[in-house]
Design a protein around this ligand. Structure first.
Ligand code: NAP
Ligand code: ZN
Length: 335
């Protein structure tokens, strides 16, 4: 077995350093993938910095992976060497619990994230359970498809699960890696879409991506002006916000769904929830079956990540640019 070479973090907040490890004999259910591209999700930054207290060092980050299968375990039924596949947040699950049996593997209590307790895609190769290596539609370019594997599924699944449709008024909060795909998918669902952003300079691009309206959230009173306007608000922001105003921006029966992880708790006014029957919810990535569906929708509705390409060896520069919110709209490392 040859060694896998990548870039690993050895302590919270540290720089990525060249790192190699021996993956051992390939297991029955595993595939080994030669990585061509890997997106940088803000969750990689949270893991690098141990924001969630779950990071296990040293580890190689990266969970928006596209590559080619180079080896398959003896129990792998449906993938073969040479096939192009994508891998997202999840690399394995128990396969037998009620959630796995229902095709909701992302809710499995024994779910294994691709780069927590394992090594991810900032590397030349990666190993995952074959069930989490998803063949990619031919029309999707590898660099633009990589961000779909985490950012894409994370915004697609809640839009679908909460029944977004042509009559829906949808707001996407935070126009970064997740948000710029959120606008495109919300349009594919036929909704009227509003982009909420702290970056005024993103207005033109947000509208080119499909947003009908743009709210610059740094404008005083901007959120008050849209009170009672939305059926579904999807927040991709990783910072604390004026959540009370966002709840007030919902119409009756509206849902504020959080996929971005703000550091503090949330202050809510319960009467605002009860009165209009509004809800606040969370959503976590998606299952393999959701990934198949999302990739098919992306291929047929021309949903593409806008990417900035970096050589794998420049991973530190790319991570820094992500931290500074300077990437338009997803940094992708290429081998
Ligand atoms: P990203 O590319 O950095 O985008 C986040 C966007 O949030 C920024 O582009 C910015 O948009 C906005 N923002 C940043 N700082 C802000 C602040 N202080 N106040 C208001 N808005 C701010 O990050 P990402 O990769 O999209 O990830 C976003 C979040 O989703 C992260 O917390 C990540 O961990 C989480 N995530 C969750 C899941 C899940 O399964 N639930 C999956 C993937 C990622 P504007 O410039 O437009 O304001
Ligand atoms: Zn992610």
């Amino acid at each position: 077995m040859s060694e896998i070479h990548g870039f690993a973090v050895h302590a919270a907040g540290a720089h990525l350093l060249p790192y190699k490890f021996n993956p051992g004999e390939i297991q029955e259910s595993e595939v080994e993938i030669k990585v061509s591209h890997c997106g940088i999700c803000y969750s990689d930054v949270h893991l690098i910095d141990n924001d969630w207290g779950i990071s296990k060092y040293p580890f190689i980050p990266g969970h928006e992976i596209v590559g080619t299968v180079v080896e398959v375990g003896s129990g792998v039924k449906s993938l073969s060497v040479g096939e192009r596949v994508g891998v997202g947040w999840q690399a394995d699950s128990c396969g037998i619990c009620e959630w796995c049996r229902e095709g909701e593997e992302h809710l499995c209590p024994q779910s294994q994230p691709t780069c927590v307790g394992r090594n991810g895609g900032f590397a030349d190769r990666v190993r995952v359970n074959w069930r989490f290596a998803i063949p990619l539609p031919r029309v999707l370019e590898s660099e633009n498809a990589a961000p779909l594997l985490c950012a894409g599924i994370t915004v697609y699944a809640p839009l679908r699960n909460y029944g977004v449709r042509p009559s829906s008024r949808v707001g996407v909060i935070g126009i970064g890696g997740l948000g710029h795909l959120g606008i495109q998918f919300a349009r594919a669902f036929g909704a009227e879409v509003t982009a909420f952003s702290t970056s005024k300079e993103k207005e033109i691009e947000a509208k080119e991506l499909g947003a009908h309206h743009f709210v610059h959230t740094r404008d005083t009173g901007a959120l008050k002006k849209v009170a009672g306007s939305f059926d579904f608000l999807l927040s991709t922001v990783n910072a604390d916000q004026d959540w009370i105003s966002y709840v007030n921006a919902l119409r009756p029966n509206g849902v504020l769904c959080l996929v971005g992880a703000p550091p503090s708790g949330m202050q809510l006014q319960v009467p605002a929830l009860i009165g209009g029957q509004r809800a606040v919810a969370g959503s976590s990535t998606g299952s393999p079956k959701d990934l198949y569906e999302m990739l098919d929708v992306a291929a047929r509705h021309n949903v593409r990540a806008i990417t900035e390409s970096f050589a794998m060896a420049k991973a530190n520069d790319a991570v820094l640019k992500v931290k500074k919110n300077q990437v338009r709209y997803r940094a992708v490392l290429a081998n």
